[in-house]
Design a protein around this ligand. Structure first.
Ligand SMILES: Cc1cc2nc3c(=O)[nH]c(=O)nc-3n(C[C@H](O)[C@H](O)[C@H](O)COP(=O)(O)OP(=O)(O)OC[C@H]3O[C@@H](n4cnc5c(N)ncnc54)[C@H](O)[C@@H]3O)c2cc1C
Length: 483
């Protein structure tokens, strides 16, 4: 098959999977008002791969390295700087072209690429074969995957084996000649209800007494014992909003419960090798933070654009303090872009596989997360209180009061009041809404908390070199010893 149509993708989701949202069991997620938006958002990625425009198709579709058949380019295991740069391009162009993130293959391949690295390091042929065969299955059937890494974790101060009950971290409860049985729950999993395959990776390093938690595998979403419990989303545009013609784009996260789920051996990438759990979690985090910074660039560009446009609509773009704030916003966006590009340009090689530079990828993600709220404050400041109190589209459409809005809500005379209303409402969505609050939390937590990035920055930075240089400067050691 290689490249599927949107309809083929949607049809594949009508497979008896067990999905709940707001207490309701959903039989056909493609027809659900919230989950349907997730399916369409991912579907937009399938449309790009099937595009007749050769420029778009060439970016999203690659040749299978052995057979030459068309495959989605995200299924190319990165081996070169160019492969990594292509991942960034695909993610950013998909957002530009569809208005959303068709996050259908990115995180799954982040997991699988990490599984390849670790299988190679373990030297276990069976895991290498399993990962290779699974990748071929994804390529051939053009499947949407989700990456299930975050466990529910219970009491954060306690290790997996010391929790009140043993299932706060997903674990192997039984094994037989055919496969393993797993139990536990993964949480916050992006686009999970609309995935074909769930790829599971341990959420953290496991110790010797936690070997049953060192487990990684992939299973179809309709496997018996798997239940998705989804968050409610925003739904389609309402008639209160000024909005663009394009549809709402959103991805729903879900908690995935694994209630004694059977996984055949040929779908297992790790089972008990606790010594390698750190490498798997760490390599996944590096790949995934690289994916994250790639998609954060276009999202903060829109936020920055709101600040630029609102300054103009308000007639303030030449005012000193506004220009300083715009400079700070631009520096934030461009630092993120520069770090993202640098992470691809300086990969770390594991055998043939190019892993994005872990130090730079973590610095980029930390830069994005730690400064986002500051930047949001600047956008709110520049835009004015109108992004909190604006009348809505229904007011605009009511002839009794339309004239007042048209007359009083204008700004700079270079723009119409309607243009200003559209920009006010876009800025509201970006900086003063339920959606923007969701994004603030996502900024802090998705792809790991800031403490996780700091840990990896410390692990990857040349602290010894810094120390030696300072000791040489202080005359404690000689310059020769320092270098
Ligand atoms: C919108 C969204 C989408 C996401 N998508 C995915 C996805 O697709 N797949 C996936 O696997 N995950 C996903 N995540 C999960 C994300 O990776 C986690 O939210 C993140 O790792 C933080 O974990 P947590 O939410 O359990 O918070 P916690 O771990 O509870 O963290 C809260 C705070 O406690 C600190 N903390 C936690 N444990 C300790 C400790 N032992 N010692 C010291 N400090 C500690 C943290 O650093 C943080 O400051 C998503 C999250 C969001 C918000």
């Amino acid at each position: 098959m290689g490249i599927r149509t949107v309809e083929e993708y949607k049809e594949s989701l009508r497979d008896g999977r067990r999905v709940y949202i707001s207490g309701e069991k959903v039989n056909d997620i493609t027809a659900h008002p919230i989950l349907g938006i997730t399916c369409n958002t991912i579907g937009a990625g399938y449309e790009l791969a099937a595009s007749n425009d050769p420029e778009i198709r060439d970016l999203f579709v690659a040749k299978h390295p052995e057979t030459g058949e068309p495959i989605n380019r995200l299924f190319v295991t990165p081996k070169t700087v160019e492969d990594l740069q292509n991942r960034t391009k695909i993610i950013q162009r998909a957002i530009e072209l569809t208005g959303g993130l068709p996050f259908g293959k990115d995180i799954g391949t982040d997991c699988l690429n990490a599984a390849f690295v670790v299988a190679g390091q373990m030297g276990k042929k069976e895991y290498q074969e399993n990962a290779t065969n699974f990748l071929e299955h994804l390529r051939k059937n053009d499947l949407h995957t989700c990456g299930a890494v975050s466990c529910v974790k219970g009491d954060r101060s306690k290790e997996p084996a010391k929790q009140k009950h043993p299932d706060y971290y997903l674990r192997v409860v039984d094994k037989n000649k055919d496969g393993i049985i797993v139990k536990g729950a993964k949480i916050h999993i992006t686009s999970a209800p609309a995935a074909n395959e769930i790829i599971v990776v341990p959420t953290r390093q496991m110790r010797e007494n936690e070997a049953e938690y060192a487990v990684s595998f992939a299973i179809p979403a309709n496997t018996e014992g798997v239940t998705f419990i989804c968050r409610g989303g925003r739904g389609a545009w309402s008639d209160r909003e000024f909005h663009a013609d394009h549809p709402v784009r959103e991805l729903t996260e879900a908690m995935i419960v694994f209630d004694n789920v059977f996984v055949p051996w040929d779908r297992v990438f790790m089972c008990g090798e606790w010594q390698y759990s750190m490498l798997l979690a760490y390599t996944f985090a590096t790949f995934h933070r690289f994916t994250a910074i790639s998609y954060k660039v276009p999202s903060v560009e829109v936020l920055a654009g709101c600040a630029v446009a609102m300054a103009k609509y308000n007639g303030l773009e030449k005012v000193g303090h506004i220009r300083e704030k715009l400079a700070a916003i631009a520096a934030y966006v461009e630092t993120l872009r520069a770090l993202t590009n640098a992470a691809a340009r300086e990969p770390v090689m594991y055998g043939e596989i190019a892993v994005p530079n872990p130090l730079i990828a973590n610095m980029a993600k930390l830069h994005f997360a730690s400064k986002y709220h500051e930047i949001l404050e600047l956008v709110q400041d520049i835009s004015g209180g109108i992004i909190a109190t604006s009348p809505d589209k229904r007011d605009w459409d009511n002839p009794d009061i339309h004239g007042y809005l048209e007359h009083y809500l204008g700004g700079s005379d270079r723009y119409t009041t309607l243009e200003r209303m559209h920009m006010i409402h876009e800025t509201m969505r970006q900086a003063c809404s339920h959606e923007s609050a969701f994004h603030e939390v996502t900024t802090v937590h998705a792809e790991g908390s800031m403490a996780a990035q700091n840990m990896m920055i410390l692990a990857e930075s040349p602290l010894d070199r810094y120390e030696k240089l300072a000791k040489a400067a202080a005359g404690i050691i000689s310059r020769e010893e320092a270098f």
